[in-house]
Design a protein around this ligand. Structure first.
Ligand SMILES: [Zn+2]
Length: 203
């Protein structure tokens, strides 16, 4: 269990800030988001969670982490909708932030400037290793960024890359163990090379 240094986080005073939790698939991003949100809820803070309407892997109404440690949430179509729901809140959680439009960066700034604590979780890179959607921008404006890691399924080192194990070029592909595996840089590079060789021999 990784413990984050949070001595500086005000649990009770209403003070705006942006926290980003990023990493690969299976790195525990959603679990860490839920841990922070549940703790805020426990402190009687008003908490609201948003996720893109596209993420319907498990349920329409819940942010569900891989260990079923779920928390109720609101699925929304565009980042601007968050502002409509946010006014009465102390803490806003945003899950799967990589699937939102780039307007999310400005939305998070506005929320934090209005005294709301914003906690954003998302994939930092897509399966090609390219920064994903609004995530790089969110990391730039964040007060605090926590990069969490999975374990490489090939060698056991810390993993930062999500390797897609099925052939599909679409950036947005939701899935579980059947479609992705977490890999370290070395194993990811080797896997991508194998994929390319495979593709060439298929032609
Ligand atoms: Zn590895």
């Amino acid at each position: 269990m990784v413990l984050f240094s949070e001595d500086h986080i005000q649990e009770t005073n209403r003070r705006g800030r942006i926290e980003v939790i990023c990493g690969s698939m299976f790195s525990g991003k959603t679990e860490e988001l839920i841990r922070r949100l549940k703790r805020a809820k426990f402190a009687k803070q008003r908490v609201e969670i948003f996720k893109p309407a596209i993420d319907t892997r498990y349920s329409e109404e819940n942010v569900v982490s891989h260990d079923s440690n779920s928390i109720a949430s609101t699925p929304i179509d565009s980042s601007a909708s968050i502002l409509l729901f946010a006014s009465e809140m102390d803490v806003i959680g945003i899950d799967e932030a990589q699937f939102f439009d780039n307007g999310l960066i400005d939305v998070c700034n506005q929320l934090a400037n209005n005294g709301i604590r914003v906690i954003v979780a998302g994939l930092d890179m897509d399966f090609r290793g390219v920064p994903f959607g609004p995530m790089p921008g969110l990391c730039a404006i964040a007060d605090e960024v926590s990069k969490v890691h999975a374990i490489c399924v090939k060698c056991g080192q810390l993993a930062s890359f999500s390797h897609r194990t099925v052939k599909n070029d679409k950036q947005v592909l939701l899935g579980e163990t059947a479609e992705y595996e977490p890999l370290c840089r070395e194993c990811y590079l080797r896997a991508m090379q194998n994929d390319q060789e495979q593709e060439a021999s298929d032609k």
